[in-house]
Write a protein that binds this ligand. Structure first.
Ligand SMILES: Nc1nc2c(ncn2[C@@H]2O[C@H](COP(=O)(O)OP(=O)(O)OP(=O)(O)O)[C@@H](O)[C@H]2O)c(=O)[nH]1
Ligand SMILES: [Mg+2]
Length: 324
């Protein structure tokens, strides 16, 4: 889903000014092209044309805007839940349908006013038809203000959503802040995520891609601790949903440098186990750890602990061949 393709949302005044000024310019060109017709005919044809230009502007602009917004009918579970956690989806649907309603209302007014234009009528009456049409269109479009404000805000959030590839085998990298998740992503793929010697460096999902056994694999560096699903911030929510819906395999990165206790890292792992995904264990920073620290840790636990990127890639490749 390309959330970046959502059309920008403007104010009622912007739409009205654009519609009326375009109609004025194009009507002038049209009138010039009618030079051969009688004046009385020309005035009416040109005025009808102007009305239909305004109608077409709203029809096209609002159609493009409405259809560029995501619809929960054709989104995956990941995006539906992401969308629902950031916007009131019912309110969004209502605002979008109000825009469509406004466009059909303008259409109706255009037909009504066009019918009032009769050949040979005094020019001042032609002008008063225009005035009435413009006045009624303006009042309809101005009533959209609160919907446009809401959609503008929603769009701001949506365009910042990560663009994930949902059909690829996906590996989510999780672990405590500063554990080395982004570093690992940069070693597994060509991605260049921000890496810093402080916690919460990563404030978005970092995506990276790599070929494993000639097949493209998606790696997602999931920031946030995932340890408090009840009160998650924006980025923690994305990380939670990525693991829940996108991960085929989760890599849990253990940091044994002592910055965070093993108990708290284990507690986070317990939360991740709740997603019921295959979990691989990776120990970061082994280049600066005493050998015995790693050995004692591994000896005290069951299961396989990977310490090199190569061994991690090998296991990912095995999981990938089991996957399909
Ligand atoms: N020596 C060494 N340092 C590492 C290794 N991996 C990460 N680091 C360092 O650890 C710090 C944190 O690394 P990041 O990759 O940013 O950690 P992160 O888990 O993505 O951190 P957040 O985004 O804050 O959650 C940086 O200073 C890295 O240079 C490693 O394998 N060896
Ligand atoms: Mg990071």
């Amino acid at each position: 889903m390309a959330f970046t393709k959502i059309q920008s949302v403007e104010t009622p005044e912007f739409y009205l000014n654009t519609a009326f000024s375009r109609a004025r310019k194009q009507e002038k060109q049209y009138r010039n092209s009618l030079k051969k017709s009688e004046k009385s005919k020309r005035v009416i044809l040109a005025e009808k044309h102007r009305i239909s230009l305004v109608k077409d502007y709203f029809k096209n602009t609002f159609y493009k805007l409405v259809s560029s917004f995501p619809s929960t009918d054709n989104l995956s579970e990941f995006y539906v839940e992401l969308l629902s956690s950031y916007a009131d989806v019912d309110k969004m649907k209502k605002s979008l349908s109000t825009l469509s309603w406004a466009s059909s209302k303008v259409d109706e007014l255009a037909r009504l006013h066009s019918r009032k234009l009769k050949e040979g009528m005094p020019y001042k009456d032609v002008l008063s038809v225009r005035k009435s049409f413009y006045g009624r269109v303006s009042s309809i479009i101005r009533r959209l203000d609160k919907h446009l404000v809401f959609l503008k805000e929603a769009r701001k959030v949506f365009v910042s959503f990560p663009v994930v590839k949902e059909n690829l085998f996906t590996v989510c990298i999780t672990g405590f802040p500063n554990a080395g998740k982004s570093t690992l992503l940069s070693r597994l793929t060509s991605a260049k995520p921000g890496i810093g010697s402080y916690a919460f460096t990563t404030t978005q999902l970092n995506l990276g891609y790599s070929r494993v056994n000639h097949r493209k694999v998606q790696f997602i560096d999931c920031p946030g601790t995932l340890a408090r699903p009840d009160k998650m911030n924006y980025i923690e929510k994305q990380a939670y949903l990525a693991v829940k819906y996108l991960a085929d395999v989760v890599v849990f990165v253990y940091d044994l440098t002592g910055e965070y206790s093993l108990e708290s890292q284990d507690a986070l792992l317990e939360k991740i186990k709740g997603f019921d995904k295959t979990i691989l264990f990776f120990i970061s920073k082994t280049d600066i750890l005493e050998k015995n620290v790693v050995e004692e840790f591994v000896a005290s636990r069951k299961g396989e602990f990977l310490v090199s990127v190569e061994s991690l890639k090998k296991v990912v490749s095995e999981k990938l061949s089991e996957w399909a």
